[in-house]
Design a binder for this molecule. Structure first.
Ligand SMILES: NC(=O)C1=CN([C@@H]2O[C@H](COP(=O)(O)OP(=O)(O)OC[C@H]3O[C@@H](n4cnc5c(N)ncnc54)[C@H](O)[C@@H]3O)[C@@H](O)[C@H]2O)[C@@H](O)CC1
Ligand SMILES: Nc1ncnc2c1ncn2[C@@H]1O[C@H](COP(=O)(O)OP(=O)(O)O)[C@@H](O)[C@H]1O
Ligand SMILES: [K+]
Length: 466
């Protein structure tokens, strides 16, 4: 801001915002737009964008949350463009306001942006409800008002947006749940901040990042260069988990999978994946470069999990394996709980973990000195040094029994290539999410086997993106 003329950034933001509104309206001419305007710069963005829409023939009404605090230049521009203020002094929710919202094709939510904390209060909350219940589209300015910008938590009443137009950089609240669930479709407007931004608190992989992490088979490859995974999974009760995890590894590029488990499980794994080598005991497994343990392991088996952890190799621990964690790990482990499992690990309530996903995943990574991948509607990966990644791929269709087993085999295969746990976990979540999306395109609600079947094509496409 110090290097630019006054309000240049706001003009860039408002221009991008008005362009998105014009597009989703199918052209602003003749449309009805209502602005919900808070006392800060978020309200200023809304007013400037409203002025632009009014210039292009929209009928624009503004509801001011506070008449004593409103962006002065924005309000003046809005009035010059023919915009009307429909609220009376300090009474935002007049009958006229309600009628305007009910008739609106688009409500532009400029109540709170990155300055907002602690949820919407009173009138603001009622305006958000009215917009959700009665208006056409709700477009949030920068963030849905009322969400916590930096923690992605929902601590009080908030707007539910159909579209969020965010400026300068992505905020955690539009990437991670629960807040991201109320952001709708996200549009990014570049206002030129990138060179000035500090290190981000969280990262998000793009296809080329993942492609560059994946090892390409080289001319002089052998199975050890591709990575050999030891797999301790499945039980008489959960045989399929072993089959799916072995598949996640085999289709995920492992040079070889060495399976450890009871005969009746090994037979089933071999029926589906004849390339797998089996043994009955961790000690007899032969050379591996990483382990994946836990999927479908059932009760007990603590000694086997301990034997794997004692090898000192990189290790992924999933599902029932998470019951047998030592006091602390030494940075080489990747733990892959869902919210219920993380709640049990942290002696917390599942609902509390879901409401504070970021806080819990970071706390667990510190607590065990391990990388923690928290599964669910948005997958978060936390390294013990504080780094965070939010996974952008996936679909609710992945919420199907066994899809976590596929992920554990896949992530284990990536660990076995020598990738650090943070990269292995976040790349695996990315690829698994794409496979889920591809499988869902086929059948709508795919099985875990369909997710597995989609892996090779997804990996091939990523390799070619390199
Ligand atoms: N910083 C920048 O470089 C840019 C910021 N822009 C806009 O400016 C916004 C941030 O503006 P502000 O810092 O003025 O903050 P906001 O407009 O988000 O909030 C304004 C004020 O509301 C009060 N407030 C906080 N929580 C509240 C609550 N729960 N209920 C009622 N009042 C509450 C606080 O006093 C806060 O300062 C961004 O979200 C974005 O929309 C854009 O114009 C582009 C450039
Ligand atoms: N609502 C959701 N939206 C997107 N992905 C989800 C959702 N719920 C679960 N998933 C994903 O589906 C997979 C399910 O894994 P998990 O809970 O371990 O199931 P299981 O143990 O039955 O295989 C994980 O990758 C998780 O991130
Ligand atoms: K907003």
């Amino acid at each position: 801001m110090a290097t630019l003329p006054e309000s240049a950034l706001m003009q860039r933001a408002a221009a991008g915002l008005a362009a998105v509104c014009a597009r989703v309206l199918g052209g602003p001419y003749g449309s009805r737009v209502v602005l919900l305007v808070g006392g800060g710069d978020n309200g200023g963005d809304a007013l400037w964008a409203g002025a632009r829409l009014a210039h292009r023939g929209a009928s624009v009404d503004a509801v001011l949350l506070r008449h004593d605090r409103v962006h002065p230049a924005g309000l003046a521009a809005f009035r010059r463009a023919g915009g009307r203020v429909v609220s009376s002094a300090d009474v935002p929710l007049t009958p006229e306001t309600q009628r305007a919202i009910a008739r609106a094709d688009l409500v532009l939510d400029g109540m709170l942006g990155i300055g907002g904390r602690g949820g919407l209060r009173d009138d603001a909350a009622r305006l958000a409800d009215a917009a959700a219940a009665e208006a056409g589209l709700v477009v949030a300015v920068d963030l849905p008002s009322g969400v916590e910008p930096d923690t992605a938590e929902l601590t009080g009443p908030h707007v539910r947006a159909d579209v969020t137009v965010t400026f300068g950089t992505h905020k955690l609240a539009i990437l991670a749940d629960p807040a991201a669930q109320v952001a709708g479709h996200v549009e990014f407007v570049d206002i030129g901040l990138a060179p000035y931004l500090p290190e981000p608190v969280a990262g998000m992989l793009e296809p080329v990042d993942v492609a560059e992490m994946l090892p390409a088979p080289e001319r002089n490859s052998d199975k050890y260069r591709r990575g050999v995974l030891g797999l301790l999974a499945g039980s008489a009760q959960f045989r399929g988990a072993a089959v799916l995890a072995a598949g996640g590894a085999a289709e995920g590029g492992a040079g070889m999978v060495r399976f450890v488990g009871p005969d009746e499980v090994a037979t089933q794994v071999l029926n589906r994946w004849p390339e797998v080598v089996t043994s009955a005991d961790v000690a007899d497994t032969g050379r591996v470069q990483a382990w994946a343990v836990g999927s479908g392991l059932g009760d007990g088996r603590a000694a086997e999990v301990a034997a794997v952890l004692d090898t000192g190799l990189p290790v992924l621990v999933d599902a029932d394996g998470l019951r047998h964690l030592p006091e602390t790990l030494d940075g080489r482990a990747l733990l892959t709980p869902h919210a219920g499992e993380l709640a049990r690990m942290m002696d917390a309530d599942r609902g509390d973990v879901e409401a504070h996903r970021l806080r819990y995943v970071q706390a667990a990574a510190r607590r065990w000195n391990a990388t923690v991948l928290l599964k669910g509607s948005t997958t978060l990966v936390a390294a013990p040094d504080g780094r965070i990644r939010v996974n952008p791929t996936g679909t609710p269709a992945l919420a199907t029994a066994g899809s976590g087993d596929v992920l554990s085999g896949l992530a284990g295969a990536l660990l076995a290539t020598g990738m650090e746990p943070f990269d292995a976990g976040s790349a695996a979540a990315y690829i698994h999410g794409l496979a889920g999306q591809a499988a869902a395109e086929g059948s709508g609600l795919p099985s875990a086997s369909a997710v597995l079947d989609a892996l090779p094509a997804v990996l091939a496409a990523l390799h070619s993106a390199r």
